[in-house]
Each structure stands twice: as structure tokens, then as C-alpha cells.
Design a protein around this ligand. Structure first.
Ligand code: GDP
Ligand code: IMO
Ligand code: MG
Length: 454
């Protein structure tokens, strides 16, 4: 037996902590802010799902605003490795414009502390590539759906079509960029030919400038990206099980947009929930120590699909105005409504959140009263969770609890006990109803505008 025990591999007990940050509503909860806030406690920040449909905002101590779409939100943390996992769909031209914009902005801000950014980006060799034609198909499909009034309202970043070619086993991956160019070109042309046959009436696809795209890959993108592409599975396992480097997993999109658990078909095409973190990086579930859910003190949604607690009145308009609820990626106005506790509890079941980050409490400062959606009723029958059907969710009557507002500016508050009593009651009620402790409360967009509950 002694020979058996001595042969035990290193891969049984993590030496590092692995924490995940996941959107608990319909996106834009403030994941970027939380990741940026806790990035310095980690050495590696990983994106595991989605693509440039995500828009994560970071506002530094001086109020300077930075937005990321593909890059993990550890980019502004000096020394931090930013890793893009196999579960992401990668639009390389967008990645480089994002890097260049960030470096340029930092330079103009006279604070170029991230000049080494490009050396701190690692990309899985298994990450699928988004080409211009995927975006063309995204727009085309939305146009077709629009004719019957059933468009999803996608970000048109080619997300759905790229995951479709991935599942159809015809997609191209970053690893393909490392092979000889002729092989890459052959695979590319084969994929484009297949798609043209599938979408014969998509004009943009049929007049597509394939040669132009191939040339820019050959001359610009491949030479620049080559050194970033590695086997991230082995890299992460070594980091977690051998070197003891702490890892933070940054979810994009959110629970209610999850392909399996969201308001299908009004969802994205990946799994933002915790299972997606394992498959999107190749790390075992047992390695993950903490899972944080990020939720706003109210709720927003962009694109189509059911939104039970939506406010189509002046309170909704006021929340949109104060909260700056316009998409980071598309600039579209976000629909606003009350916090939906039923949806948050559903997200807790799927993800096992062990703490919540409640953002944007300050946005409710001016309201006379605030509400929590605590239950659903469908055809007179109370439901204890989110129904599978988007049509049913669209029809539910929401049961609300109403609380007096605090009518006080809380943006300077940094301790829970310094919050107005009514704000404390509201937060405590959310915690009680959801059954998960609130660890952070956002009171402003800035990095420092947060109440941390020890
Ligand atoms: P993400 O996609 O989850 O990272 O969220 P977004 O960045 O798309 O949207 C969240 C927005 O709210 C951004 O503009 C943030 O700067 C901002 N924000 C985050 N937390 C707070 C907060 O506590 N208070 C206020 N007022 N704004 C916040
Ligand atoms: P972050 O990470 C808000 C929504 C789109 C659309 C649907 C499908 O910033 O929270 P897609 O382009 O993914 O095929 O669009 O999903 N959506 C988001 N909404 N925040 C996001 O990301 C989103 N990512 C996708 O608006 O309704
Ligand atoms: Mg966002």
C-alpha cells in the first residue's frame, strides 16, 4: 500500500484559492467593478465564457472610466495575468483594438502603469475564433427574426453563430493560427463555404471579402497573437496545484442569460453559470473555493425577453437616468425594474453563491419607496421558482414587498452601520430573502465606493 500512496499526483489538493464572480441577474450587475476590486488578491484573472458581447466597466480612484469587452478585468492591476479560456469566443481584431485603446488611454492619462499589458495576456489554444462572417450571420438572423417580431436583440458580435460552428465541429481555434498558414487558410475557406451554403440569402456573407480577412490574419494578427497562445489547461493546473497562485474567474453575461438556465430563447449562447467556468477553462469543480454572485439593488435587462419586475413608468426612467443604464457594448438603453428575488434565488441554486455583492444601492437614494419582487403568481397559483417557459415568465404576476426609501446620499458611506436605517433594513431583507450573506455593497461606480462587510 505504501507504494500506492506515494504515487498520488499533485492534482488532488489545490494549493491556491480559486474564486468565481458571476452575474446573478440579466447582466451588467457590476462584475467588472468587483473583479477589479479583488484582483490584487489574485495573480491570475480568467474569462471563461462569452466574447465581446460582454461590457465590463472599471472606474478608478480618480474617476477615470475603462471598459473591457474581451479582456479580463484584471488588466488595470499591475502584474496580474489575464487569461482567456477555451470557453470564450474570440474576435481577434476586437481584442487588439481593445488593448491599443486601453494603452493609449492610460498613456493620455499620464499613468502608463500597464505598459506591459500584452505580456500579461494568455489565450487558450482551444478558444474558438469569431470571424467577420459570424457577425454578418448574427445580423442576418436577427433581421429574419425581426420580420416575425421575435428578434433576440443580440449584440451582433457573432456570439451565437460562433458557438454554433463550435458545436457543429467546423469552427477554427486559436491553436489553428499556430499551424502553417496554408492549413489555416484551407480550414477557413471550408468553413466559409459551408456557411454560404447554409445562408444562401445572406448578401453580406455571399459578397464577403475573405481574401482581405485572410491577409490581415497573415500579416497583422497571427504575428502579434502567436506568443499569447498556450495550453492554458496545463498552465492553470500548475498555478493552482503546484505553484499556489490564486485565481479569479470572471463570468461574462449572467444567470438569466445562460443558454441552459436563462429565459430561453432570449439568452446568450454560452453558460455564464459556474458549470461554464469549469468547462470554459478545464478546471475541476473541486478546485473552486468561493463563488460570488453580483446583483444590482434593482434589475436591468437589454435585448428582448421576459422581465417580470420591469418598470415601464417614470420610476423606471429615473433609475435608468441615475444609474446610467445604457449598454457598455452597444449603448442601448437598458430596461429597469425592481430587484427580482425569485430570479436571484434561482441563480443561487445553480451556482451555490456563498456571498453576494449588491451593487448600485446609491442609485435608489432619491426614491420615496423601494420594492422587492419576492414571489411569482401564474394563473392564480404561486410559483416557488423561475418557470422554464419564457412565455409563462412573461405572464407572471409579481408579489412585491414595499419599503420606505432613505432619501439620503449614501455615496460616501464606507461602513454598514453608517448607512441610513432604511437602507440597512432593505439590504438585510434581501440577504434574509435570498439566504446568502451580502459581503459587498456598491455605493458608487468608483473603485473605492464600496461597503465591505467583514
Ligand atoms: P458588468 O457587465 O457586470 O461588469 O457591468 P457593467 O460595467 O456593464 O455595468 C455596471 C455599471 O454600473 C458600470 O457603469 C459601473 O461603473 C457601474 N457601477 C458598478 N457598481 C456601481 C455602484 O455600486 N454604484 C453605481 N452608481 N454604479 C456602479
Ligand atoms: P455583461 O458581461 C447584458 C444579452 C443581449 C441579448 C442576449 C443575446 O456585460 O453583463 P448575444 O450577443 O450574447 O447573442 O445576445 O444576451 N447580453 C447581455 N446583456 N450584459 C451582457 O454582458 C450581455 N451579454 C449578452 O443583450 O439580449
Ligand atoms: Mg456589462
Amino acid at each position: 500500500m505504501s507504494s500506492l500512496s506515494s504515487s498520488t499526483s499533485n492534482y488532488t489538493q489545490p494549493k491556491a484559492s480559486v474564486c468565481a464572480v458571476i452575474g446573478g441577474q440579466w447582466g451588467d450587475e457590476g462584475k467588472g467593478k468587483l473583479v477589479d476590486l479583488i484582483a490584487k488578491q489574485h495573480q491570475i484573472i480568467c474569462r471563461y465564457n462569452g466574447g465581446a458581447n460582454a461590457g465590463h466597466t472599471i472606474v478608478d480612484e480618480l474617476g477615470r472610466k475603462y471598459a473591457t469587452n474581451l479582456l479580463p478585468s484584471g488588466v488595470l492591476t499591475p502584474g496580474c495575468i489575464n487569461l482567456i479560456g477555451n470557453g470564450v469566443v474570440l474576435e481577434i481584431p476586437k481584442l487588439f483594438s481593445e488593448i491599443d485603446n486601453l494603452l493609449e488611454k492610460k498613456k493620455n492619462d499620464d499613468d502608463n502603469v500597464i505598459h506591459d499589458l500584452e505580456k500579461r495576456i494568455l489565450i487558450s489554444d482551444r478558444t474558438h475564433l469569431v470571424f467577420g462572417f459570424h457577425k454578418a450571420i448574427d445580423g442576418f438572423q436577427e433581421g429574419v427574426l425581426k420580420e416575425s417580431g421575435s428578434q433576440i436583440g443580440t449584440t451582433k458580435r457573432g456570439i451565437g453563430p460562433t458557438y454554433t460552428t463550435k458545436a457543429a465541429r467546423s469552427g477554427l481555434r486559436t491553436g489553428d493560427l499556430l499551424s502553417d498558414f496554408e492549413t489555416f487558410e484551407k480550414k477557413y475557406n471550408k468553413l466559409l463555404k459551408t456557411l454560404k451554403s447554409q445562408y444562401p440569402t445572406c448578401e453580406e456573407l455571399n459578397s464577403y471579402d475573405a481574401q482581405g480577412e485572410l491577409d490581415s490574419y497573415k500579416n497583422i494578427f497571427i504575428p502579434r497573437i502567436k506568443s499569447m497562445i498556450i495550453d492554458t489547461v496545463t498552465y492553470l493546473h500548475k498555478a493552482i496545484y503546484v505553484e499556489g497562485r490564486d485565481v479569479l474567474l470572471e463570468g461574462a453575461n449572467a444567470v438569466m442569460l445562460d443558454l441552459d438556465f436563462g429565459t430561453y430563447p432570449f439568452v446568450t449562447s454560452s453558460n455564464p453559470c459556474i458549470g461554464g467556468a469549469c468547462t470554459g477553462l478545464g478546471i475541476p469543480p473541486r478546485a473552486i473555493s468561493e463563488v460570488y454572485g453580483v446583483i444590482k439593488a434593482y434589475c436591468t435587462r437589454v435585448g428582448s425577453g421576459p422581465f417580470p419586475t420591469e418598470l415601464k413608468d417614470e420610476t423606471g426612467d429615473l433609475i435608468r437616468k441615475i444609474g446610467g443604464e445604457f449598454g457598455t457594448t452597444t449603448g442601448r438603453p437598458r430596461s429597469c425594474g425592481w430587484l427580482d428575488v425569485v430570479a436571484v434565488k434561482y441563480g443561487c441554486m445553480i451556482n451555490g453563491f456563498n456571498a453576494l455583492c449588491l451593487t448600485k444601492l446609491d442609485v435608489l437614494d432619491q426614491l420615496d419607496e423601494v420594492k422587492l419582487g419576492v414571489g411569482y403568481r401564474l394563473n392564480g397559483v404561486e410559483l416557488d421558482t423561475v418557470p422554464y417557459s419564457a412565455d409563462d415568465l412573461d405572464k407572471v404576476e409579481v408579489i412585491y414587498e414595499t419599503y420606505p426609501g432613505w432619501k439620503t446620499d449614501i455615496s460616501k458611506v464606507r461602513k454598514f452601520e453608517d448607512l441610513p436605517q432604511n437602507a440597512q433594513t432593505f439590504v438585510k431583507r434581501i440577504q434574509e430573502k435570498v439566504g446568502v450573506p451580502v459581503k459587498w455593497i456598491g455605493v458608487g461606480a468608483g473603485r473605492e465606493a464600496v461597503v465591505v462587510i467583514q
